[in-house]
Design a protein around this ligand. Structure first.
Ligand SMILES: Nc1ncnc2c1ncn2[C@@H]1O[C@H](COP(=O)(O)OP(=O)(O)O)[C@@H](O)[C@H]1O
Ligand SMILES: [Mg+2]
Length: 335
């Protein structure tokens, strides 16, 4: 069943170019001197109940803006959103009962209250029964080990402890959907593992739908089958992680040889010569490694070879650092 649906979704921010002082400020309104930022553009998205999707893209790609529209915090400039049959902005309160959110560094807990009091309050807000509450806290504690700091005020917690609390808080009322915007940022490996275990458990055992924004390649590999990639506000990929890697990264045939190799075959994209080896970059949809190897061996002496598979980390890093290379290289060519 479809739980989240967006159609032709747009969010445009207007930034007024202010001059100096009050005069400049007023003038900026009169002269309508502003820039428009298309944070999200023409986005179509469909997420079914029980899915766990990774929502990724470079800084400024529009990920958080999307999440803010889905949670109802921001109103779209145009387009449609339905979350569990409701427009989230027009039904903010109802929508809030249905969702959980973790926004990177922001807290939904009460800074000066002990952790247990914060959870008591959340229990009341979300109308969780005593029975369900006790059961869930015990279950959360097994994975997130909340008892370590249950009586401490939130402000005294370390970043990792706070994030464990935030996660528990987001799932306490067993919402239909949980949005996690950078939940593992700045955490050490052990805490990340714990948090991933917890997210996986909630998704698998309680069928809670999760939309996860993260820079952490481990989060993505560990948790997400489906990946949606955003670039400059637009969706540029929606599918399996493996296919993404296939599509945006090339294989390499690495040769040990003293020869200066020149191969002109369809599917050969580049030949590089780093540290005494020869690397042939090729597209395996056009030429197989075996055919390429045959071509090489017809003409050259090769003492050893190896095929380098594309690695997920490199692809995702590329997406985060520069969007997708295809686009930037086209721009570079045009200039
Ligand atoms: N409240 C805002 N006012 C103006 N511009 C904004 C606002 N929020 C986000 N933006 C701009 O919209 C674009 C997308 O931002 P964001 O959704 O935060 O990206 P991401 O989460 O992928 O890093 C960026 O160019 C950002 O500067
Ligand atoms: Mg963001």
């Amino acid at each position: 069943m479809t739980l989240i649906e967006a159609e032709n979704l747009d969010k445009t921010f207007r930034i007024y170019n202010q001059g100096e002082g009050l005069r400049g400020y007023l003038k900026s309104f009169v002269s309508r001197d502003y820039e428009e930022i298309h944070a999200v553009e023409d986005l179509d998205l469909e997420i079914s109940e029980g899915e766990m999707i990774g929502y990724i893209g470079a800084n400024g790609a529009g990920k958080s803006t999307t999440v803010k529209m889905l949670t109802g915090i921001l109103e779209p400039s145009s387009g449609l959103i339905e979350v569990d049959g409701r427009n989230p902005h027009e039904n903010r309160k109802k929508n809030a009962m249905n969702i959980g959110v973790v926004f990177g560094q922001k807290t939904q807990l009460w800074w000066d209250l002990p952790v247990k009091e914060s959870f008591r309050l959340l229990k009341e807000i979300y109308e969780v029964s005593d029975e369900a509450y006790d059961e869930r806290i015990e279950e959360f504690d097994e994975v997130l080990q909340l008892s370590d700091f249950w009586d401490q005020p939130v402000r005294k917690l370390s970043l990792g402890q706070k994030m464990r609390c935030e996660l528990a808080a987001a799932f306490l009322h067993h919402p239909k959907i949980v949005y996690l915007d950078e939940p593992t940022i700045g955490l050490d490996v052990a805490v990340k593992e714990r948090i991933r275990d917890f997210i996986r458990k909630m998704n698998e055992e309680k069928s809670i739908t999760v939309m996860l924004t993260t820079h952490d390649i481990g989060d993505i590999e560990d948790l997400c089958d489906r990946i949606v990639v955003l670039d400059g506000g637009k969706k540029i990929y929606d599918g399996q992680l493996d296919d993404l890697v296939d599509r945006f990264s090339s294989r390499r045939l690495v040769l040990e040889t003293d020869d200066w190799i020149e191969i002109e075959a369809d599917g050969v994209k580049d030949i590089q010569k780093p540290n005494g080896q020869v690397e042939i970059v090729f597209d395996r949809d056009i030429i197989s490694a075996a055919d390429l190897m045959r071509e090489v061996l017809e003409k050259y002496d090769v003492s050893d070879f190896q095929i380098k598979e594309p690695d997920i980390e490199a692809v995702v890093k590329k997406i985060y650092n520069e969007g997708l290379a295809d686009r930037s290289s086209q721009e570079a060519d045009a200039s």
